[in-house]
Design a protein around this ligand. Structure first.
Ligand code: ZN
Length: 287
């Protein structure tokens, strides 16, 4: 039916209930147990979303007794080893304006190298005085695909998750042309989670409320419906260039309110809480 896939500890694929969408803990069911060992790893699970759908019932949980309960800090990144991680720049008009940039005729695409990924409660290790936060909806590819039409995109995704596109504002523009890919790929600069939530669990996947708070102060507050190019358009565009594979990630851009635009980048000891309605939250400490 529908599912929430998690990565418990260091690589154990689990299905979870909705406890972490707005609460502090969720029940989990071990996928290795449910599949006779076949889908023990989250990357294997993402390559067979049909099996995940068939294991769950209404509400997105399997029948039978859960194997345990987990908090945000017990989870690793739900997609631990994607082959590709795309980032999208300048995809909300108010963010384009605050960064004093002009609208681009083509999507602004960069890479986050997969080694930057951490779990939903992983620490963000700051670099210098210009490390910044960017809450983003992250699309997770669910099958090998190429040349998708926008109308085919949601069916090709495993689901979505919450992401922080943490950015080193100095390094990302240290060369000409700008090299966003390095400035956004320091180790720990890619918290994602808590779960990959299948699209059928979302009321309207094209218009989700998303926020980012620093030490409890809401800095970003928008909706994914305000993207310049939405998930279908972005993933269709990328699939026209690269073959997409299960687990590939697309960070879809951040709304207005980033620290750089206010002279308020992150400081050691601050907490960064990112939330997307119906998907879940990240809670990351800056160290
Ligand atoms: Zn971003």
């Amino acid at each position: 039916m529908a599912f929430r896939l998690g990565n418990l500890g260091d690589g154990r694929a689990v299905l979870m209930d909705d406890g972490l969408v707005d609460g502090d803990s969720a029940r989990w069911w071990d996928l290795a147990r449910l599949t006779g060992g076949r889908l023990a790893d989250p990357m294997d699970a993402l390559s067979d979303t049909g099996a995940l759908h068939s294991l769950t019932g209404l509400g997105g949980v399997p029948s039978g007794t859960p194997d345990g309960e987990a908090a945000l800090g017990d989870l690793g990144p739900p997609v631990p080893r994607p082959r590709k991680v795309f980032g999208i720049g300048m995809n909300y008009r108010a963010h384009v304006d605050e960064m004093e940039r002009s609208l681009s005729a083509a999507p602004v695409i960069f890479t986050k190298f997969p080694s930057c990924l951490v779990g939903p409660a992983g620490d963000i290790v700051l670099v210098g005085d210009h490390t910044d936060y960017e809450v983003e909806l992250v699309a997770v590819v669910g099958r090998r695909c190429r040349n998708l039409r926008p109308a085919e995109v949601w069916d090709a995704l495993a689901g979505v998750t919450v992401g922080q596109d943490v950015s080193d504002r100095v390094l990302q523009v240290a060369a000409e042309p700008a090299q966003f890919s390095l400035g956004k790929s320091h180790d720990t600069f890619g918290p994602i989670g808590p779960n990959v939530v299948s699209v059928d669990l979302l009321d309207d996947p094209d218009d989700l409320a998303l926020t980012c708070a620093v030490d409890g102060e809401v800095r970003q507050d928008s909706r994914t419906g305000r993207m310049i190019l939405g998930v279908p358009g972005l993933v269709a565009f990328l699939s026209g260039v690269c073959t997409l594979e299960p687990g590939d990630l697309v960070f879809t851009g951040t709304p207005a309110g980033v620290g750089a635009a206010q002279g308020r980048c992150l400081r050691v000891g601050q907490s960064v809480e990112s939330h997307i309605a119906g998907v879940g939250r990240l809670d990351n400490l800056c160290t």
